[in-house]
Design a protein around this ligand. Structure first.
Ligand SMILES: [Zn+2]
Length: 384
């Protein structure tokens, strides 16, 4: 297997250049579809059932491929879901400005590590498994969406339902330098609390007013109590505004709150707090309006995820890959697959850094290592 992967290193680089050099920002549907068509052809070549879907009212191009085991009763769930996104954060024209390039042992170009390199790891793993005769012992599915960088609104439900039909999900976001994989991601969302009161002269007749700033101040103290160290929940009031002039009782005040949670159970506590805030107003006649929700659930690391991580790490040790796991505040679509109840490991893509920046890079040495690692993990899953 290792030899085969090494002989295909050049092919990987050719593929890398091809897909990095397709502009595919989230608003560039044509570009995203071109990326999808590239993979469609290659997945078809190894016998996967592949289709390009256009999801949501925005018709976001997404790619679905699956491989069912031949001559075997259909499994209820696929063994592995391979998840990735084809969109990048870089606008049309970025490729012309700085096309795919290689300098020493790094590759550069828009989306090179976030996450076109990861998409190619998926392709080359499946091609390797096909070549080695392992693919037929596995039931796998591939889901590549085209709107991750803008929140996956059109593909979220599709990703979650695909995850529910899978025993485990591998997400091919970049692996952190030093082969650090992501087992936990915080979820979160923003809330906006708007208080409406009543204007009045601050000196002549303050009793006729309802001070929106005072009401908001009370609520901010309560919001601050949502912070829970042991749960690693944070709720931070980050922006506050209110009042017009020093001699007028303010009739309007508002605050923005950044909330992050590590445990899914915290979603309910936080949302209930905000949805019932009006019931706890302090000043008679004040009105409190709340906007927002916990948009992304956390990617939790439960017992099954830990078991899967053990398998990956021990496979890595066998091929002399020192590996670590980390927890991060940033979100990915792994948050959704985890919330769907499917054990999820993220960071299975190419090793790289500086995502969303012009100096984004991918480590070329990690190509063969990651293809080999993931192929070996799939082989162990096929044997079980
Ligand atoms: Zn990404």
């Amino acid at each position: 297997m290792q030899n085969y992967i090494e002989t295909r290193h050049k092919q990987f680089l050719t593929d890398f250049q091809t897909i990095v050099n397709i502009d595919s920002s989230s608003d560039n549907k044509g570009g995203i579809e071109r990326v999808a068509r590239f993979f469609e052809k290659r997945f078809n070549n190894i016998g996967l059932d592949t289709k390009v879907l256009f999801l949501g009212k925005d018709k976001v191009p997404c790619l679905y491929a699956e491989h069912k085991q031949e001559n075997k009763p259909l499994k209820k769930k696929s063994d592995i879901m391979f998840l990735g996104h084809m969109d990048t954060v870089f606008s049309f024209g970025e490729v012309a400005k700085r096309p795919f390039s290689i300098k020493e042992n790094k590759a550069f170009g828009p989306g090179v590590c976030d996450m076109k390199g990861g998409l190619l790891v998926v392709l080359h793993v499946l091609e390797t498994l096909k070549h080695e005769g392992i693919l037929d012992s596995l039931s796998v599915c591939v889901a590549f969406n085209g709107d991750e960088e803008i929140g996956s609104d059109s593909s979220k439900n599709w990703i979650m339902s695909t995850a529910k039909k899978s025993l485990r999900t591998f997400v091919f976001e970049p692996c952190r330098p030093g082969y650090r994989f992501v087992l936990q991601r915080k979820g979160g969302g923003n809330f906006r609390v708007i208080v409406k009161g009543q204007k009045a002269h601050a000196g002549a007749d303050p009793e006729k007013g309802i001070n929106a700033v005072v009401e908001l101040a009370h609520q901010i103290v309560e919001i601050n109590k949502l912070n829970q160290n042991d749960m690693e929940t944070t709720a931070q009031v980050t922006v506050v505004a209110g009042g017009d002039k020093v001699n007028i009782i303010p009739s309007r005040a508002e605050a923005s709150v950044d909330v992050r949670i590590l445990k899914l159970q915290e979603k309910k506590r936080i949302e209930t707090f905000f949805n019932t805030i009006q019931d706890r107003s302090c000043l008679k006649g004040s009105k409190i309006i709340v906007q927002g929700n916990i948009k992304r659930p956390p990617m939790e690391s439960g017992a099954l995820t830990q078991k899967l991580w053990k398998l990956i790490r021990s496979t890595g040790q066998k091929i002399n890959l020192p590996m670590e796991s980390i927890s991060t505040g940033g979100c990915s679509d792994g948050n959704y697959t985890s919330a769907a109840g499917t054990p999820t490991i993220d960071g299975m893509g190419i090793v790289g850094a500086n995502s969303h920046r012009e100096d984004e890079y991918a480590e070329l040495d990690s190509i063969d290592n990651m293809v080999l690692l993931v192929s070996k993990v799939c082989e162990s899953i096929a044997i079980v």
